[in-house]
Design a protein around this ligand. Structure first.
Ligand code: SF4
Length: 636
């Protein structure tokens, strides 16, 4: 049955809202397929505003892969700003996709990608606007399957009541597999309704369906066990890993935004996974092992993507891009190819010790020498051992000094505050390090025209990391340490004026901590916050700590118990039945090593240390060098 476009009704509202362009769709490389010629239809959402959501790689990749399938359609939807939300409510316009302005409720799957837990309230807004019951238990056969993916889905328990299903890990293959299950089930006449469909997905072993699991609690509130409540449902659900990135060279046709967005470049993922072993880093832990895209595929993707989009900036994406085994060749090859054109290259994520100045020079050959960002994360040598960020002060000073002498004038240093075992002196160490950077830069260049910006984020312990057992620092401690750091920099007459400081207060991290390590009981807080007006919690101008504390009080949830409490080794954690491949004993040992300042090497260059991922997931590290060169293919 055909579904009509909501655009005529939406259009009548657009002159009354800010940035109406973000709701009209029609971007270069977007796709609109005929509804009636397809049988499985996905609405994909990045639950944030268009300007943040459009560049999201995960959504763009799935959008393209699903639309390439026969009889399958995928459209995108984003969070609407509160001004449009109010008008949609008063005029009865439901949540719509931007591609063909179809109502989200008409789709088979409503797939949300959560890179952060702070998008949970936006999911509730979208469900409510769509006319889909907020709680999965209240949905009927006419409602889509509400499915979560992305890094936050590695612990979907706080939103378990709102989700029908979640998938862990790489989405390319599982999205196709889910599409096939739905296609078959529909072809059979949808036997057993949504319950049977969910059962078929759960039985496949690759999709987590929260309602098929019961959670029992001890009297003191800890979890006793999480167990399937039906036969055929696996005890543990495993993550998905794409093993050959060259077989999945997406996005091929990057979306070109109509409105301003946070990144306006063509991003090519040059490898997935990271085994550096930074203990705070959930992304590194859950995306193991390292799988490199080959230099030739990277080159082909850049050429095709630039041609298809017209972007004049190419970003080489990964968790630590300078670690690609052929990054020097990639950089040189691309710099050669685009020399003298308006296409510039950027390397968004760089480690201090992997960085070398030849690389930086290649990347700036055709572009601006804007800023360089390095992330030592910990202010003292001891702190960096605890978090396994093996960057010495010497490494940092040497690298930054080289950058200054090669013409860079501005470097940004990223740190965290509130790390396990942290003391006041560790945070004050950030000021000492920044001063040494400026001092070395002035000496090396003979100029006072060198600057550094210190940017600080609050640490949040994450599931599936060695710090999953750690007590989070309370926000008063974080704020006190940050104030002391600010004073130390401001009062320094010699170097203080050359150092900028950017930080947020510690309160949002506590809310993120509650949502990251929460269990199903935390869902009531999310709902109370949303009902109290919570929207766009990732935006400081919309975030209200008080609203979250009120929501927790209303739901009877003790926030400290979920955040600042250290867990015992044998405590059942809310995500223990969700398998990222990491061996629990290995994670615990790594946590003990952290407390004892013991470092662990990267398994790319040392023997495997048995984190568990490769044997459990049937994966292996895939790195070069391939020895191939990226010759200029096209004279430009
Ligand atoms: S199992 Fe071994 S090789 Fe694989 S990611 Fe873990 S440490 Fe590295």
């Amino acid at each position: 049955m055909s579904v009509e476009s909501l655009f005529p009704r939406l259009e009548a509202l657009l002159h009354k809202v800010q940035k109406p362009i973000q709701y009209v769709g029609g971007e270069l490389n977007s796709t609109v397929k005929d509804w009636d010629e397809t049988t499985v239809r996905w609405a994909l959402m990045y639950p944030d505003a268009y300007e943040v959501g459009l560049p999201n790689q995960g959504v763009q990749i799935l959008y393209e892969i699903l639309n390439e399938l026969p009889e399958t359609l995928a459209e995108r939807t984003y969070s609407v700003w509160p001004d449009l939300e109010a008008l949609m409510r008063s005029e009865g316009v439901p949540q719509f996709t931007v591609d063909a302005h179809r109502p989200v409720r008409a789709f088979d799957v409503f797939g949300l990608s959560f890179s952060t837990e702070l998008g949970y309230t936006n999911m509730l807004t979208a469900l409510d606007l769509a006319g889909i019951p907020l709680e999965a238990a209240d949905r009927g056969d006419d409602d889509p399957i509400v499915l979560a993916g992305g890094h936050a889905a590695f612990n979907p328990e706080p939103v378990a009541d709102f989700l029908d299903a979640a998938v862990l890990g790489d989405g390319e293959q599982i999205a196709i597999a889910i599409t096939e299950v739905i296609r078959e089930w529909k072809a059979e006449g949808s036997p057993g309704g949504r319950d049977e469909l969910l059962m078929r997905l759960a039985e496949s072993g690759g999709v987590y369906v929260p309602k098929f699991y019961d959670v029992d609690y001890h009297a003191d509130g800890r979890i006793q066990r999480v167990a399937p409540n039906r036969s055929g449902v696996p005890w543990r659900v495993h993550k998905h890993t794409v093993m050959d990135l060259d077989e999945w060279p997406y996005p091929k046709k990057p979306l070109v935004p109509l409105a301003e967005t946070v990144h306006e470049r063509f991003s090519v993922e040059i490898f997935r996974g990271c085994t550096r072993g930074c203990r705070f880093c959930q992304a590194g832990m859950i995306t193991r092992p390292v799988r490199e895209r080959s230099i030739t595929t990277i080159g082909d993707m850049v050429e095709a993507g630039v041609k298809a989009s017209g972007f004049n900036e190419v970003g080489l994406l990964s968790l630590s891009s300078a670690d690609h085994s052929e990054i020097g060749e990639v950089a040189k090859g691309l710099a050669d190819r685009y020399e003298g054109t308006s296409t510039s290259l950027s390397l968004p994520s760089t480690r201090v010790d992997a960085f070398n100045i030849d690389l930086a020079n290649e990347f700036s050959r055709n572009g601006r020498r804007s800023g360089l960002t390095f992330a030592p994360e910990g202010g003292s040598e001891r702190m960096r051992k605890v978090i396994n960020k093996m960057v010495t002060e010497e490494d940092l000073i040497r690298t930054v000094t080289t950058a200054y002498t090669q013409g860079w004038r501005q470097v940004k240093l990223y740190f965290m505050c509130g790390l396990p075992t942290e003391e006041d002196a560790d945070v004050l160490g950030i000021a000492d390090l920044a001063k040494k950077v400026i001092k070395a830069g002035r000496e090396a260049t003979g100029s006072r025209d060198v600057r550094c910006t210190v940017s600080i984020g609050g640490f949040v312990p994450k599931p599936h990391t060695p710090f999953q057992w750690a007590g989070q620092a309370d926000h008063e401690t974080v704020d006190r340490r940050l104030r002391a750091l600010k004073d130390a920099l401001r009062n320094d007459k010699q170097y203080g004026r050359a150092i900028g400081l950017r930080y947020h207060d510690g309160k949002p991290s506590i809310v993120e901590g509650l949502l990251s390590r929460g269990d199903r009981r935390v869902g009531k807080v999310i709902r109370a916050v949303w009902e109290g007006g919570g929207r766009f919690d990732g935006w400081s101008e919309h975030f209200s700590y008080q609203r979250w504390m009120d929501g927790a009080a209303e739901a009877g949830i003790d926030v400290d118990w979920y955040t600042t409490r250290e867990r015992e080794e044998n405590e059942v954690l809310p995500w223990d039945h969700l398998d990222a491949g990491l061996d629990r004993e290995w994670l615990w040992q790594d946590w003990q090593d952290a407390v004892n300042d013991v470092e662990v090497e990267d398994c790319r260059w040392t023997p495997c240390y048995d984190c568990g991922v490769c044997p459990t997931m049937g994966t292996e590290i895939q790195i070069g060098p391939t020895g191939k060169k990226l010759l200029p293919l096209t004279v430009v």
